[in-house]
Design a binder for this molecule. Structure first.
Ligand SMILES: *Cc1c(COP(=O)(O)O)cnc(C)c1O
Length: 417
């Protein structure tokens, strides 16, 4: 693993002694609540000082709406918003005209379902999703299926929790038009072999929609290298603000997509009978966008790139290995899935104890984990459970956080035995 040469203040390499990758003090909420153990970054990441400072600077010194103003304040806001788009494009190795700002990852999948799906898919066409997906990458396709009378099938997983690529190959022989796949599963952490999946899908004549909401804070997603057609991310999991996300659309596809929502900001000219739409990503950004959130998302991406994905991957692996080892000490605890590659997420069950009880009792001990179906009920059903408890790691976490989790779980076990 390569580590960055010049780490910004508060950023260190993962230590065997359990030091965080980024000091807790860099996160104002964690600094203000020193006893809090936050193990829920997969649901949403806490915000570092630089992101909060950037929002404050925007709202206290730079605030104006974009595009329509000719005065300097509006021009600066417009420039910063445009620069944020370029920053997201650089993060994904996309062209700047291939990045549409959305409000979250879910809007990205819905945008593709409406703008691409409604215009291009015909009755009887097949869409493939997978058993690893978040509801955000299932439900929009079900709605599209109903609207357009399509067929929908899911790629199954093997006993380890990896996608079953043999079954995928078989499903491809049914000539799907679109394959919708996650880059990393938010439930059991499985990292999917995206490059291989995209190549297989393209050989079969299908386009590929990647849900990178969970993967993007953990490893580099290079859309040119992957050659995917659509890819969605969400700001709040990337240490950025909520209410902002981005959708990558391959340039040659974007040119032909009709608008998703109508309104201001997306037009060249409007008469009562006809609208001439703007070219490029602005065609999909109707109304006033999340200007401040977009600008602060750019800062969040700087924060991640300064840490470096090499260091993040090493930290993820160290914490996950440590946690898996320690959790094994608790009798009746079962970790779901043993995928070949995983991000820093562990889903587990405790024999005879409802995941919600685990979540509530840990919450009383100031430990934040997620419990439930994680918006992935088809996968829960596959494992024969209604839900799990899930611990997920961010750059601020330490082995001491894992120790607090394990000690509290042992107490829960005692109490509810
Ligand atoms: C969180 C998540 C989403 C949804 O993100 P939103 O910001 O809620 O739209 C979609 N897919 C995966 C894999 C996720 O983890």
């Amino acid at each position: 693993m390569s580590h960055p040469q010049h780490l910004p203040s508060g950023v260190g390499t993962p230590q065997a002694d359990g030091a965080p990758l980024v000091a807790r003090t860099r996160f104002p909420l964690l600094r203000n609540q020193p006893d809090l153990v936050y193990l829920d970054s997969a649901a949403s990441a806490q915000k570092p000082d630089v992101v909060i400072d950037r929002l404050t600077r925007f709202y206290t010194g730079e605030y104006a709406n974009i595009h329509r103003g000719l005065y300097p304040l509006s021009e600066i806001a417009t420039e910063n918003y445009d620069a944020a788009r370029t920053r997201v494009a650089r993060f994904l190795n996309a062209g700047r005209d291939e990045v549409i700002f959305t409000h979250n990852a879910t809007e990205g999948t819905n945008l593709v379902a409406h703008a691409f799906g409604d215009a291009n898919l015909r009755p009887g066409d097949l869409i493939l999703t997978t058993l690893l997906e978040h509801h955000a990458n299932i439900v929009p396709w079900q709605l599209l299926k109903e609207r357009r009378h399509l067929r929908l099938a899911a790629v199954p997983i093997d006993a380890h929790g990896d996608l079953d690529l043999e079954r995928f190959e078989m499903l491809l022989s049914r000539e799907p038009k679109l394959v919708c796949v996650t880059a990393a599963a938010n439930t059991i952490g499985t990292v999917t072999p995206l490059k291989e999946i995209v190549a297989m899908a393209h050989r079969a004549g299908a386009l590929v929609m990647v849900d990178a909401a969970q993967a993007a804070p953990h490893f580099r997603l290079d859309v040119r290298d992957l050659d995917c057609d659509f890819l969605t991310i969400t700001g709040h999991k990337l240490y950025g603000p909520d209410g902002i996300g981005a959708l990558y659309v391959k340039e040659k596809l974007l040119a032909d997509l009709p608008p998703f929502m109508g309104g201001g900001g997306i037009i060249r000219s409007v008469s009562i009978d006809h609208t001439d739409y703007a070219a490029g990503p602005r065609r999909f950004e109707a109304g006033t966008p999340a200007i401040g959130a977009a600008i602060a998302l750019a800062t969040a991406l700087d924060f991640i790139d300064e840490i470096g994905f090499g260091a993040i991957a090493a930290h993820d692996a160290a914490l996950t290995d440590y946690a898996a080892g320690r959790l094994a000490e608790i009798s009746g605890l079962k970790i779901l899935g043993r995928p070949q590659h995983r991000i820093g997420i562990l889903s587990f069950t405790l024999d005879g104890i409802h995941p919600h009880d685990i979540g509530t009792l840990l919450g009383e001990s100031r430990i934040c984990i997620r419990a439930g179906h994680h918006c992935a009920q088809p996968l829960m059903e596959h494992f024969g459970v209604t839900g799990t408890a899930r611990a997920s790691f961010g750059v601020h976490n330490t082995t001491q956080d894992v120790d607090r989790l394990v000690d509290s779980l042992a107490r829960v076990r005692q109490m509810l035995r």
